[in-house]
Design a protein around this ligand. Structure first.
Ligand code: HEC
Length: 441
């Protein structure tokens, strides 16, 4: 029941997060587009430009003022709640998915980091990320936007590397995303909104606005603009174990971020210059290169023969690391109540040639995977098969062979948190079976 409620809380918050996130990023994309497409030829007095557009069956005429209209309108629309709600729902989602059960998605499998320490590192990274960023922007470095950009990028790569040393791949990825998201919303709250308020106030009081504030706001909103594509990738990244599941996950993330920023730059500049027309093909080529270098041949633990793979598979007893934010004792008690995979070896191979036979693979999957991936999971953290993936019948296992390869052989994304203590030999065994065509007798 608890697992079921958590799933629905996850659903509701994730849905809200997506909706408000679309509203935020959508508005931001729209205004960048508007700015770039304004007709600036012979504008009316006091105007910077205007634009005609048709959408949803209506024709719109938008005008941008150089500074402000002679009289401020009664109803000036501000864009901020989209950002605030995106952050609030994002943090709630972080809590539901990662902090409620740190051993599942957050902590690196096999590490003895306690749930409390892991959460402290996670929250600490968001808070310190913002303060370091804000400090650097306000420092003399802020006057050199290109250098500042490079320093910020290097720091984020450092954060990705550091987090990947303590967190699971997806835990590290989502925290890099959350650091960037926090910086983005911090920019809205702390710099952009105050700058806009000061501007409006100065106009209302007939003063010349202080140019320093809008300049600061502009720098921050430019940063936000370049941050959007990397953050959007991180949001969808947990569908792609060849990225977060790789040993070099932090490097892959950095590569994708660079490509995303280049592509964003192309879209930002294409209205005014052609000098970045190479960026789009370069981005596509970069993604193809990344697909190639993350390919299974390079990340699999290859070289082991079937015979080696079929060697006796031994299990260590479940360690007393805390599961799901519980104390070690509670977790051990809970583990004792579950059908314990830790006790008996599943595949005692005698004939090496039978290394890639389905029987053993079947047993391994029953013990290591089906506690969660079943129509009726026995793991108490799930009330339904995660991602709808079930390994109850040989046919189901065979059908999912390519995904099993991606999740448990090419990468070690599954079993989640390696809660069921899958061994490298078992991964090789399954890999060998899939390589031979995933036959189920
Ligand atoms: C502790 C529970 C648990 C165990 C054990 C587990 N999984 Fe999963 N698995 C999950 C969850 C949760 C998801 C959904 C993850 C997500 O949100 O992407 C998932 C998703 C998957 C997916 C679908 C993801 C995709 O993108 O295709 C596959 C395939 C998969 N697991 C394979 C395995 C295999 C193979 C094993 C055993 C080696 C295994 N899992 C063991 C919890 C588990």
């Amino acid at each position: 029941m608890e697992a079921h409620l958590i799933e629905w809380a996850n659903l509701a918050v994730r849905w809200v997060h997506m909706i408000v996130g679309i509203a935020w990023i959508g508005a931001s994309f729209y205004f960048v587009w508007l700015e770039n497409n304004l007709n600036r030829v012979n504008p009316r007095d006091g105007l910077a430009g205007d634009l005609w557009a048709i959408h949803g069956g209506g024709i719109y005429h938008l005008e941008k003022y150089k500074l402000a209209p002679p009289k401020m309108p009664d109803n000036l629309h501000w864009f901020k709640w989209e950002a605030y709600w995106t952050w609030m729902s994002g943090v709630t989602l972080l809590l539901i998915v990662y902090y409620l059960n740190p051993s599942l998605y957050l902590i690196m499998p096999g590490s003895d980091l306690s749930p409390a320490a892991a959460i402290a590192i996670g929250v600490g990274s968001l808070v310190s990320g913002w303060f370091i960023y804000n400090f650097l922007c306000d420092s003399p470095l802020g006057k050199q936007p290109a250098l500042l950009g490079l320093v910020l990028f290097a720091l984020l790569v450092g954060a990705a590397y550091g987090l990947s040393q303590v967190f699971s791949g997806r835990g590290a990825y989502i925290h890099v995303g959350a650091i960037i998201g926090t910086i983005m919303v911090g920019n809205v709250f702390n710099t952009i909104m105050p700058a806009q308020r000061a501007l409006v106030k100065a106009i209302e009081e007939n003063r010349t606005p202080d140019p320093a504030l809008p300049a600061k706001g502009l720098l921050r909103s430019r940063h936000n603009n370049y941050f959007t594509l990397p953050v959007l990738f991180i949001m969808i990244s947990n569908h792609f174990p060849s990225t977060y599941g790789s040993h070099y996950n932090w490097l892959i993330l950095s590569g994708i971020a660079v490509l995303a920023v280049i592509v964003r730059h192309y879209f930002n500049t294409r209205h005014t210059s052609n000098s970045f027309s190479w960026a789009l093909p370069a981005g596509a080529l970069g993604m193809i290169c990344l697909a190639f270098v993350t390919g299974p041949s390079l990340s699999t633990v290859s070289g082991a023969s079937d015979a080696q793979a079929a060697k006796t598979i031994e299990y260590q007893p479940l360690p007393a690391t805390a599961i799901g934010g519980k104390t070690a004792k509670q977790a051990a008690e809970e583990a004792a109540k579950q059908p314990a995979p830790a006790e008996q070896p599943v595949a005692q191979a005698t004939a090496p040639a039978a290394g890639a036979g389905f029987d053993k693979v079947h047993e391994v999957i029953q013990v290591r995977c089906a506690v969660c991936h079943s129509a009726k999971p026995t793991n108490s953290m799930f009330s339904a098969a995660p991602a709808g993936v079930m390994f109850d019948t040989p046919a189901q296992i065979q059908q999912m062979a390519p995904r099993i390869q991606a999740q448990a052989v090419a990468t070690q994304a599954m079993p989640l948190g390696n809660l069921t203590q899958m061994t490298p030999q078992e991964r090789e065994l399954i890999g060998a079976w899939i390589a031979k065509g995933a036959q189920v007798n």
